[in-house]
Design a protein around this ligand. Structure first.
Ligand SMILES: [Zn+2]
Length: 258
């Protein structure tokens, strides 16, 4: 007798289409509804052929902006994250990253928010503006979202931010991230030693938000070759799972009242 299917909803294209596409549930919301892991939901989409949302999708952008303006995190998700993190050795953060994180939650007055919007509208990237105002770029995006200011897309890569940030993804930064992550894949726990044995390569350093220019250490995480290739599909599922992991490990998660 075959084993019973654990999450029959995730075998059903109709169910997934209804919740994910029509009702605009996020993968996190579906995972919480079913009591499974976010990546299991991602696998369900892939299996049933329901298209995952791209990063540019307004629904995904809305979810991203929620990271800095309060986000419901269910007890199940928090428990899963604690499980993932338990027994993991997290190395010390650089002073630069610590300073960034301590400012990440900064609140602004209306006047300050308007001047942030002005700086962004003048053509500065969200990262540049964030640097000027001492906050995270998530905060800048959250402000734009809240004030209904459309984000520029695709055309800012030729700007100064490209020159400033693309060079940051160098070997020493990658090494710092690998050390911070205990030289273990942060999804499956594979050690770098095992990776060298299996594929003759060190751990990959993955850009969580898939923006190769965003080399903030918060956005970088050590993954083995296998998990790194998984992390490219479906993009939003992995991005949110890994963002949650980062937010949790840096003490930025858990904003809900419960
Ligand atoms: Zn792995």
């Amino acid at each position: 007798m075959p084993a019973p299917i654990k999450y029959p909803e995730l075998q059903s294209k109709e169910w997934l289409h209804h919740h994910y596409i029509e009702l605009e549930y996020s993968l996190s919301m579906i995972a919480d509804k079913l009591g499974c892991d976010i990546t299991t939901v991602g696998d369900g989409l892939k299996r049933t052929g329901v298209p995952a949302r791209s990063l540019n999708d307004p629904i995904v952008q809305k979810q991203i902006s929620k990271f800095n303006v309060g986000r419901h995190v269910s007890e199940y998700t928090r428990r899963r994250l604690r499980e993932k993190l338990s027994g993991r050795k997290i190395g010390p953060l650089s002073d630069e990253t610590k300073a960034k994180l301590s400012r990440a939650n900064r609140k602004f007055t209306d006047e300050e928010e308007f001047s942030i919007i002005r700086a962004y509208k003048e053509g500065n990237s969200a990262r540049i503006v964030a640097g000027q105002y001492g906050c995270s770029f998530y905060t800048v995006y959250a402000i734009l979202r809240r004030r209904d200011i459309p984000r520029r897309r695709g055309n800012w890569k030729g700007g100064i931010s490209f020159l400033l940030y693309s060079s940051e993804f160098n070997e020493s930064r990658k090494e710092r991230v690998r050390n911070r992550d205990g030289r273990e894949c942060q999804m499956c726990g594979m050690t770098e030693k095992a990776s060298l044995g299996e594929w003759k390569q060190r751990l990959n350093v993955h850009h969580i938000d898939h923006d190769k220019i965003n080399c903030d250490e918060f956005n970088l995480i050590a993954l083995c070759k296998h998990c790194n290739s998984l992390a490219n599909f479906p993009q939003d599922a992995w991005m949110f799972a890994l963002m949650e992991l980062q937010l949790s490990r840096f003490g930025l998660l858990n904003r809900d009242a419960s």
